[in-house]
Design a protein around this ligand. Structure first.
Ligand code: ADP
Ligand code: MG
Length: 380
């Protein structure tokens, strides 16, 4: 639970002043569309009701005072000292100051005291939550006029160029642009977005998010290999990106490498599933999305080969315990699963997975239910 009183008290202790405002940005889960972003494809995330909150104030000098409540750490730096590649948690905030200035915005010193209940390193994008909350704070404190998608792009520059993590725009777009009770359909080529209704509570459903707590290993290498294979396949097919495959069977017939065939099949069918989910969510009962979640998981397991035993056990157990649909969410090799369940069932299904983990000798997972929440904004 976020303790906003403690946040404001810490701000007062550190600065001797009252904060000039509180800003927030959420973490996210991807409902569907995995490893499609770098193939110029489609994704459909929604924001979590877990978020980073920043108590902020503008300073008259060029100092940056950055505090994390969770880490109980206070960092003093300055605009002049900003340097891409600086290690440490505070780079997610400092990187935003740097990215805003690189983009030509007039930003000076600031006090930014943060807290967050987005689980860290679970693939729920605690990093984007911090970046997007920082953008929201600085935009208001310095009276900047930046359109929402451009705010997301600034946050992404902070993550890519300053922190040095080569991620797509999905996380920052979701954290910035999402709406309560909606998913965000994002075309990763054109950057066009559309809010898609996900009235889970209204239709009598809920969404379980379960963190398998599997330590990620070899993730960067595997990610790089998948990406390279997709690019090589697109080159072989003579198209700019796998997004441009129009006839899957014809495309697969042009390839001879078994691994490449599987990777292409995942990306192309996953894009189709996102488009189908997008259509269904606008017109149908959300239960009709459930088979797409199952198919997405099978495709990630069998064709993209990015699941691990804990994740597969979590998904299989969720289904056996009555989930309508379930899939791994995020880049893979661990992280979280999501399961669409009838209202009131998610917690029981989480417990069933915990029991199965215990029996299999896996560590204890952590789970909670989520409702699609709004993107970044000002709290007070
Ligand atoms: P994810 O975005 O999937 O949670 P990342 O590795 O991208 O994982 O980001 C996690 C990093 O974000 C942490 O290592 C830390 O540097 C920073 N971070 C997340 N939450 C906090 C927090 N409450 N306080 C300070 N830094 C945090
Ligand atoms: Mg991250």
């Amino acid at each position: 639970m976020l303790d906003l009183d403690a946040l404001q008290a810490r701000y007062r202790t550190v600065t001797g002043e009252e904060p000039q405002g509180l800003w927030f940005a959420p973490g996210r889960v991807n409902l569907i569309g995995e490893h499609t972003d770098y193939n110029d494809g489609f994704v459909l995330p929604f924001a979590l009701d877990k978020k980073a909150v920043i108590a902020g104030g503008r300073r008259d000098d060029d100092q940056l005072v950055l505090v994390s409540l969770e880490l109980d750490d206070e960092v003093h730096t300055s605009i002049g000292e900003l340097s891409p590649g600086t290690e440490g948690w505070f780079s997610y905030l400092a990187g935003v100051v740097w990215a805003l200035r690189e983009a030509g915005h007039s930003v000076g010193g600031a006090n930014l005291v943060m807290t967050s209940d987005v689980p860290l390193g679970a693939g729920l994008s605690s990093s984007a939550a911090i970046e997007c909350a920082t953008v929201a704070a600085l935009v208001d404190l310095y009276g900047l006029d930046i359109a929402p998608m451009d705010r997301a792009k600034i946050a992404r520059v902070a993550e890519n160029a300053y922190v040095g993590a080569p991620t797509g725009l999905l996380d920052q777009a979701a954290s910035t642009l999402c709406k309560a009770d909606h998913g965000l359909f994002l075309d990763c080529r054109t950057l066009e977005t559309e809010h898609v209704p996900l009235p889970m509570a209204e239709q009598g459903y809920e969404m379980l998010v379960l963190d398998t707590k599997t330590p990620h290993s070899h993730v960067d290498g595997e990610y790089g290999t998948r990406r390279a294979t997709c690019e090589a396949a697109a080159a072989k097919l003579g198209i700019p990106a796998l997004r441009d495959v129009e006839d899957l069977d014809a495309a697969l017939a042009q390839l001879d490498d078994e691994t490449m065939i599987k990777r292409v099949r995942h990306v192309v069918t996953e894009n189709e599933r996102v488009l189908k989910a997008f259509e269904l969510a606008r017109t149908a009962d959300l239960a009709e999305l459930a088979p797409l979640l199952d198919e997405s998981h099978a495709s990630m397991r069998d064709d993209y080969e990015i699941t691990v035993p804990t994740v597969d056990l979590a998904v299989d157990t969720a289904k056996a315990a009555g989930a309508l649909g379930a899939r791994m969410t995020g880049g893979g090799f661990g992280g979280c699963i999501i399961a669409l369940t009838k209202a009131g069932e998610a917690d029981r299904i989480g417990q069933a997975i915990a029991d199965a983990f215990d029996e299999a000798g896996f560590g204890a997972p952590v789970w909670f239910t989520v409702t699609p929440a709004p993107g970044a904004g000002r709290l007070s």
